[in-house]
Design a binder for this molecule. Structure first.
Ligand code: IDP
Ligand code: MG
Length: 151
């Protein structure tokens, strides 16, 4: 078994407000990803600005920061083979109206901004986002059931 990655996933304030935290976590668990970090918090402006720094010049940036700091989020770290792209495919494309049914955004989202969930888009962003949201590190463990998830 190769290429075990850890990715950063966050249920955004709209997902928490709509009571979708359990549903979302269940999708990652059922897929066979391993939960290695879980934290609920109301993000500070500084945290949100660092997280979305790459979008600083975009017209939607200030609205995005207000949205992300508006209430609780659930920050998670998930591990598995190719976890970064696997999580992105569970999440679906940015705009919920264009996302396929079966994806989280496709099943629950109607908007590009209020799109319920974030997932790291590559190895570099995964490691910087994990360091930002889980400065104390993540959990090292191996579920007993993993012998039935990977051949
Ligand atoms: P991603 O979350 O699918 O990776 P990005 O393009 O990285 O999408 O954008 C980050 C976040 O910024 C999106 O998830 C969404 O919440 C918000 N966003 C992106 N584009 C727009 C837009 O055109 N209008 C409003 N919000 C946007
Ligand atoms: Mg992105």
């Amino acid at each position: 078994m190769s290429d075990i990655q850890t990715t950063f996933v966050m249920v955004k304030p709209d997902g928490v407000q709509r009571g979708l935290v359990g549903e979302i976590i269940q999708r990652f668990e059922r897929k066979g990803l391993r939960l290695v970090g879980l934290r609920g918090l109301i993000p500070s402006e500084q945290l949100a600005e660092t997280h979305y720094e790459v979008h600083k010049e975009r017209p939607f940036y200030s609205g995005l920061i207000s949205f992300i700091t508006s209430g609780p989020v659930v920050a998670m770290a998930w591990s598995g083979v190719d976890a970064i792209s696997v999580a992105r495919s569970i999440i679906g494309p940015t705009n919920g109206r264009e996302a396929a049914p079966g994806t989280i955004r496709g099943d629950y989202g109607m908007d590009i901004g209020f799109n319920l969930i974030h997932g790291s888009d590559g190895e570099d962003t995964a490691s910087s986002e994990l360091a930002l949201w889980f400065p104390e590190g993540t959990m090292e463990w191996k579920p007993d059931i993993e012998q039935w998830i990977y051949e």
